[in-house]
Design a protein around this ligand. Sequence first.
Ligand code: THU
Length: 132
Amino acid sequence: MDDKDLIAHAKDAREHAYAPYSRFKVGAALQGRSGKVYTGCNVENASYPAGICAERCAVGKAVSEGEREFSAIAVVGDSEGPCAPCGICRQVLLEFNPAMRVIMTNLEGDTRILAVSELLPGAFGKADLPNE
Ligand code: THU
């Protein structure tokens, strides 16, 4: 699937965002190597830290369905510039593929594409654990 289609999936998923507290809706679409696409949206909670970002929602769906290899993720929010993933999501994406392309965009179509490793330089990863 090309980037334009992946962004379209992320935009559709954004419509389902549950964001009554921040009112900032985010959608994500994760491209699996199998060809399947896994979408996600942010799901907030009255206990604020219990909320989950769109990117991790998509990763959870994919991994729970048996997919662990991802080539790209599109992220869409109504932000001033391209919607950038938070630090926790960068770490979670890095776990599965540091080279994953992160297609950041907004509703105006402003787009920026970087590898996860570029978004989280010097990251702690599985190779840093003694028993891995
Ligand atoms: N959020 C995401 O879902 N993904 C991002 O890339 C940025 C932030 C969510 C978390 C929270 O529900 C809302 O946006 C405001 O931070």
